[in-house]
Design a protein around this ligand. Structure first.
Ligand SMILES: Nc1ncnc2c1ncn2[C@@H]1O[C@H](COP(=O)(O)OP(=O)(O)O)[C@@H](O)[C@H]1O
Ligand SMILES: [Mg+2]
Length: 335
């Protein structure tokens, strides 16, 4: 399979690693998905990269593919394989009228309409890759969107060969809501394994800290590596950014002061301590911490993290998204 080119740290790089995930996607392509597959993972772990590679994989397997990501730059928000271009044109007119720059929810609606229209045509194989669509439709409508996706593959207007629906999200709030229905299969994708991160680290030009140091800060998260690179390896700058963006405010720290130190030491404290339930919820909502799902390989996309890695902030049930995220909370607590 052709490996697609990615933009990483200001240069073009080939999609690296993630062999297990690609094998899993290949199996999906073989059999189709019975339910929409919803993939959660830390911000910047490589979900969009994987979906872009999946686009290539599926089109090589003769799928018509629709990729939608309302958060992307305009040219990349809706991408379809050749055979769907006409349908997009027609559907666009019907769903959006003359709108040239559709708002995010309309774009998702359009993508869904294209899929269901392609199915009506009775054509063989169709895939929908929906990237960060939950924010677009509104968190409270995420469940309904997943249900709508299920309806499309469960009750297609025509008989068709196979359908694959994959949704990627780094948005923690929706996970529990979607998880309570049986409308989808939820899996978690973790940061890159060492080999993968090493390849990206090797590609970075100029003076840089050793791979070991990069690993200790990023825990394998390629976006964290990219940010460190852009900040010329001033960890402080990246950490302060997280404090700001995630609003790790003095009020937040004060509210949870009793439970933060233990959670920083071992994220599983959030699982074990009843009084820390609210903190767990807040940390998930702020996308600082992510709940994990055992370590059965079929609950994951690609390889799961180790069962425990205190140095990286990985517990059995919860993990800090990256060590830098943990550092941000640690620093906010000190201030
Ligand atoms: N397998 C990969 N090979 C090469 N670059 C990658 C890979 N995974 C992620 N990246 C790069 O790392 C950065 C973050 O990845 P991205 O897919 O945007 O993460 P997410 O969608 O999970 O937030 C991007 O610059 C992306 O190009
Ligand atoms: Mg993304």
């Amino acid at each position: 399979m052709r490996r697609v080119m990615m933009r990483f740290a200001g240069r073009e790089v080939e999609f690296v690693d993630r062999d297990v995930a690609l094998r899993q996607l290949d199996e999906l392509a073989e059999g189709g998905t019975w339910w929409p597959l919803v993939v959660y993972g830390p911000e910047g772990c490589g979900k969009t990269a994987l979906l872009r590679q999946a686009f290539e994989l599926l089109s090589e397997r003769e799928y018509d593919v629709v990729y939608v990501n309302p958060l992307e730059e305009e040219a990349r928000r809706l991408v379809v394989t050749e055979g769907l271009r006409d349908i997009v044109k027609r559907t666009w007119r019907e769903v959006l009228g003359k709108a040239v720059h559709p708002a995010a929810p309309a774009l998702v609606e359009l993508a869904m309409a294209v899929v269901s229209r392609a199915l009506r045509r009775g054509r063989g194989r169709i895939a929908l890759l929906a990237d960060e669509v939950f924010q677009a439709v509104g968190v409270d409508r995420a469940e309904l969107l997943v249900k709508a996706m299920l309806n499309v593959i469960e009750h297609p207007p025509q008989s068709y060969d196979k359908a694959v629906v994959v949704v990627a999200s780094s948005e923690g709030v929706t996970r529990a809501r979607i998880g309570r229905h049986r409308w989808s299969e939820i899996r978690v994708m973790w940061n890159m394994p060492r080999d993968g991160l090493q390849k990206l680290h090797d590609l970075l030009p100029g003076e840089k800290p050793s791979f070991e140091e990069a690993w200790r800060w990023t825990g394998g998260n390629p976006e964290a590596l990219e940010r460190l690179y852009r900040a010329r390896w001033h960890v402080d700058v990246v950490v302060d950014n997280i404090i700001e963006n995630k609003e790790v405010t003095a009020a937040f720290v004060r509210r949870w002061r009793a439970h933060l130190p233990r959670s920083l030491e071992d994220p599983d404290y959030l699982w074990e301590e009843p009084d820390a339930e609210g903190l767990a919820k807040d940390l998930v909502e702020k996308n600082l911490v992510i709940p994990l799902k055992g370590r059965r390989p079929d609950a994951w996309i690609d390889v799961p993290p180790p069962e425990r890695d205190p140095e990286l902030g990985i517990g059995k049930y919860y993990a800090w998204q990256t060590p830098i995220h943990r550092e941000a909370v640690k620093r906010a607590l000190r201030q």
